[in-house]
Design a protein. Structure first.
Ligand code: UDP
Ligand code: MG
Length: 311
């Protein structure tokens, strides 16, 4: 957006109802980067928090020139916050991290060193998924299994914790889509990539913003916004039912001509039910894509910024 500064690292932190974490996160990251002698700015993106998050950010930005903040007019979601951060960042490279310190800030230094060696994208890869329930782990596992298959990139341990060179940032910002899936897009753009492993820390303050249903919504939204593969499922089911209809068709005709046609009421009911469900699911899948197209075609902005501080 503004002038890009040599060597400057922009740390982008999407924050939603994180009033108790802002100051801690800022000081932790600041101290680590100062120690490592890395020039930096820390850019908080307040994603329409309902608590004192923005007031905390604004207070920091008065005291420290490295602290900057932008605030959304309402909650637009983490992806939107990430893109807003990338758009406002002035650094020659950007790191995206969570506000709850689940992404260890010491890893940023490691990422920055790799960037200095010429890597343009440095992906943070979870060496373990931290503490989560078995059910959560199962759902996340299936989601990333599907996503990885569908987009052809192994996403099992992917995270939003990554460093992007200015060139990669600009490439991402060129993408006009309304529902960007940051985690996958940052692999999709290519560039010279390195990975660093990190241990997911436990959240100390506040709670995770994800409920089960929001995760399901997230999964459906991202799969449909990233890939058309589920549509192929519709035609696949069409072929499967066609094959069955041939078999049953021949069988019924045979029975009819051999004079034993009255049987098979159960079969009729079953077929109705199966075909009915397949049709509805298929319509649902197509419907999801239509709603994606609808969202894109409206071309509304990804987010609305109503406040800035530290600029
Ligand atoms: N977040 C956000 N907007 C949202 C939800 C979350 O900006 O609508 C931020 C949140 O403040 C945090 C990060 O995204 O910095 C990850 O959220 P959280 O810790 O709740 O997710 P989890 O670590 O459980 O995946
Ligand atoms: Mg978290």
């Amino acid at each position: 957006m503004d002038t890009v500064k040599n060597n400057l690292l922009s740390v982008i932190i999407p924050s939603y109802n994180e009033q108790d974490m802002i100051a801690t996160t800022f000081h932790t990251v600041k101290n680590i980067l100062k120690e490592a002698d890395i020039p930096f700015e820390i850019l908080f993106v307040d994603d329409g928090s309902k608590d004192m998050t923005y007031i905390q950010i604004a207070a920091l930005s008065k005291e420290y020139p490295e602290a900057k903040g932008i605030s959304f007019s309402r909650n637009f979601g983490k992806e939107a916050a990430i893109f807003a951060g990338l758009e406002s960042a002035q650094g020659a490279c950007c790191v995206i991290m969570d506000c709850d310190l689940q992404h260890p800030p010491a890893t940023i230094v490691e990422m920055y060193r790799l960037w200095e060696q010429g890597y343009e994208v440095v992906e943070g890869v979870k060496s373990s998924r931290g503490k989560e329930s078995r059910f959560h782990a199962f759902c996340a596992g299936s989601f990333y299994g599907i996503i990885s298959k569908v987009i052809g990139i192994d996403m099992a341990n992917a995270s939003d914790f990554k460093l992007l060179d200015r060139q990669a940032v600009d490439a991402l910002l060129l993408m006009p889509e309304r529902t960007p899936f940051f985690r996958a897009l940052s692999s999709w753009i290519g560039f010279k990539t390195a990975t660093v492993n990190f241990e997911v820390q436990e959240r100390t303050v506040g709670t995770s913003k994800w409920s089960f249903f929001s995760l399901v919504k997230y999964a459906v939204k991202n799969i449909t916004s990233f890939s058309g593969a589920p549509m192929q499922f519709v035609s696949l089911m069409g072929w499967v039912t066609l094959i069955f209809s041939l078999i049953f068709g021949i069988q019924s005709l045979y029975k009819y001509f051999s004079g034993a046609a009255l049987e098979g009421f159960t079969t009729v009911i079953l077929l109705q039910l199966i075909i009915g469900s397949v049709l509805m699911i298929s319509l649902g899948i197509i419907g999801h894509y239509i709603s994606r197209i609808y969202d894109e075609i409206k071309a509304r902005p990804r987010y609305i910024i109503n406040k800035r501080c530290g600029y």
